[in-house]
Design a protein around this ligand. Structure first.
Ligand code: PMP
Length: 417
């Protein structure tokens, strides 16, 4: 049972968990035995409608047969060879077809690794040192991005992590999200290798880019010789089959992907203009390597997911479910609130009426949000146990699920106050 596992886990893992947000579920995390479609099943045998979806990767829901069969076929042949395999070529060709700004790419194992490589590449290519990021954007758990970071770093009150050398923090400039004049000012004063941005912010809750923000970044970067990096670890293949760059029509120099493109298996991808990517070893001097890079299981799952996305109305279904959830929330909540939604990613902020950057998100009533989380859990619905995460829907969130959730929401909001 979850309680017994938790007692042992606390003696084995710092804070009882292997990734911090998981410890926010009260009184202790429920342990999960399996998942199917839009549901996860706890050790206690309870079914929960899942709006976390592994924090984003499971765009087709849990355990989709088509993806499982592709992974099983790979498993039968073996799963690690230390040499190239066919699936990596197939996956890369599909990615490039749908995200043409990724002319060449490298497969790594997580979003964290992808942004780490992207920033090193930008420095290597431009010969410049500093980079600019946005307050509350989260780009993974390495030194160069754990500065004013969102997600669990903000949830636990350490947006700038202990242990990151002062020398490193000095190489990173930070602007408020959606503030072009700040970017303009900093880049015109001092050369920067790159601007890295979540094209839709998904790590402080959800915050959309203001009209003209992404195209404005593109212009400022081009005119100052700064590389523009879109961190599409969440938005890639979610907001459209071409990600946020397809949706908004703005092309970055470098893109990072993760989550959906590995179908729920570990993956990160860094890709971009040929002459930038060719700086990577072995064709150039910027080093990257990895025992598990282009892991055959992740490659097989990724190819299968994209094949599904190419042949269905999955984005329509996921977005319809997200809209129904949001509409129902808007109807049921009597107190001041705002819901930000872009496609199939969204978050509610209680006690505030506008959230367009991280400091506005920090003003939301996080205690009330956690009460909503807990009461939805009692009603059989799992949303992230943190204000600073996003809710996601999948192509498995059909009308029956939506109807169930709308009823659950009506009951749950009573406890929010
Ligand atoms: N970038 C973004 C935008 C993310 O949301 C995340 C993780 N949520 C990462 C990077 C890091 O990815 P990973 O957890 O796979 O290292």
């Amino acid at each position: 049972m979850s309680g017994e596992l938790w007692e042992v886990a606390k003696s084995l893992f710092p804070g009882g968990v292997n990734s911090p947000v998981r410890a926010k579920v009260q009184p202790y995390p429920f342990y999960v035995r399996g998942g199917q479609g839009p549901y996860i099943f706890t050790e206690e045998g309870k079914a929960l409608v899942d709006f976390v979806l592994g924090y984003g990767p499971l765009f087709l829901g849990h355990n989709p047969p088509y993806v499982r069969r592709a992974v099983e076929r790979q498993l039968e042949r073996g799963w690690l060879f230390g040499t190239p395999s066919r699936a990596e070529v197939e996956l890369a060709r599909k990615i490039r077809r749908h995200v043409p700004s990724m002319e060449k790419m490298r497969f790594v194992n997580s979003g964290t690794e992808a942004t780490m490589v992207a920033l090193r590449l930008a420095r290597g290519y431009t010969g410049r040192t500093k980079v600019l990021k946005f307050d509350g954007n989260y780009h993974g758990a390495h030194d160069y991005v754990l500065i004013d970071a969102g997600s669990a770093a903000s949830e636990y009150g350490v947006p700038t992590s202990a242990g990151v050398p002062e020398e490193v923090t000095r190489t990173v400039s930070v602007c408020p999200y959606n503030d072009l004049s700040c970017v303009q000012k900093i880049l015109s004063k001092e050369d920067h290798a790159a601007v890295i941005v979540e094209p839709v912010m998904g790590n402080m809750g959800v915050i959309p880019p203001s009209k003209g923000f992404l195209s404005g970044l593109r212009e400022i970067c081009s005119s100052t010789g700064t590389l523009l990096i879109f961190d599409e670890v969440i938005t890639g293949f979610r907001l459209s089959i071409s990600g946020a760059q397809g949706l908004f029509g703005v092309n970055p120099d470098i893109t990072t992907l993760g989550k959906i493109v590995g179908g729920g298996f570990p993956i990160g991808v860094v890709g971009g203009r040929k002459e930038i990517m060719d700086q990577l070893t072995p064709s150039g001097p910027v080093f990257n390597a990895g025992t598990f890079n282009a892991h055959p299981l992740s490659m097989a799952a990724g190819v299968a997911v994209i094949e599904q996305l190419e042949n269905g109305n999955h984005h329509v279904v996921a977005e319809r479910a997200a809209k129904a959830f949001v509409d129902s929330l808007d109807d049921s909540l009597k107190l001041t609130h705002v819901v930000n939604r872009v496609g199939s990613m969204f978050q509610v902020f209680l006690g505030v009426s506008e959230v367009r950057n991280a400091s506005q998100a920090r003003k939301a009533d996080r205690e009330a949000y956690l009460r909503l989380h807990s009461s939805l859990l009692r009603e059989g619905v799992f949303i992230p146990p943190s204000q600073f995460e996003a809710l996601f829907t999948s192509a498995a969130h059909d009308q029956d699920v939506v109807d169930f959730v709308v009823r659950a929401l009506r009951n749950a909001v009573r406890s929010v106050g």
